[in-house]
Design a protein around this ligand. Sequence first.
Ligand code: GUN
Length: 294
Amino acid sequence: MQKLDGRKTSAEIKDEIREEVNSLRSSGKRVPHLAAILVGEDGGSITYVNAKVKACDYVGFDSTLIKFNDEISEEELLSKVHELNEDPSIDGFIVQLPLPKHIDEKKVTLAINPSKDVDGFHPENIGRMSLGLPAFLPATPNGIMELLKRYQIDPEGKHCVIIGRSSIVGTPMSLLLSRNKKGANATVSLCHSRTKNLKEMCLQADILIAAIGKPYFLKADMVKEGAVVIDVGTSRLPDSSKKSGYKLAGDVAFDEVSEKCSFITPVPGGVGPMTIASLLQNTLLANKRSADNA
Ligand code: GUN
C-alpha cells in the first residue's frame, strides 16, 4: 500500500502557482484576488476558510475574508454576493458552505457570477463541465483527479465506485471520471443511501471513493484486494488528547483497509489539501481570463 500524499502534492501545485504569480507580478499584471464569505461559527468552516486564506498568502494572491454572524439575512448575504460580482478587483469568490438553515444555499449559489465562481458550484459551470467545455471545476473532485494524475493512476476503463451523491463531491466526481477525456474515461457507479447492494458494488471497485461523512464507514470487507481508495470524509470526533479537543475522522477504516488496497488517501493530509490547491488553480484561471488583466 502506498499513501496518496495530498499534502506533498498540494505543496508542489502551490509552488507552481507561486511561480506563475511571480511572473504575473514582474510583467506588471494584477495578481489573483480571492474573496471568501464565512457565515457563522461552524468550527469546520472556520478552519477551512482560514486554510484557504493562508494558502493565498503562500502563493502570493491577494485575499479578502468577509465574516458575518449567523443572524445575517438572506437578502444581506445576496447583496454582498452582488457587490463581489461587480467588484473588478476580485477575480473569484466563494461562499463557504454549509449556510445557516434560514438561508437558501441554492439561491446564493445561483446569484454568483459564473465567471467568478471559483468553487465551480454554479449550474453554468456544472453544465459546462458535463459537456466537456472549459469551466471552473469543483475543487474537491478536481483535486482528486489531480491527485490520481500525479500518482499516474489512470481511471480509463476502470470501474470507479463513488459512495455519496452530494452536489459538491459525489455527483460532480461521477461526471469528471466518466468524461470522454484523457485522464478520465472510467466506468462509474454512483452509490447512495438507496443503493441496495452497496457492499457488492464496493467490492467491484478498482477505484473506490467514499464521500458520505460517516466516520470509518468503509471497512476492509467492502474493498477489493489492490483497489485505490479515496477518503473524502472529514468528521470531527471528540478527542481529549488533542489540543483542539477533536480529531478528524475519514469515511474509511484506514488501518484495516490500508492492508488490502494499493493506494489510499490519509485523513488528514489526503483530499483536503488538494481541495485548496484546486481552488487556487481556479482563482489563477479566473484572473487570467479577466478582461482587465489580459
Ligand atoms: N464546504 C465544504 N466543502 C466546500 C467547498 O469546497 N467550498 C465551499 N464553498 N464550501 C464547502
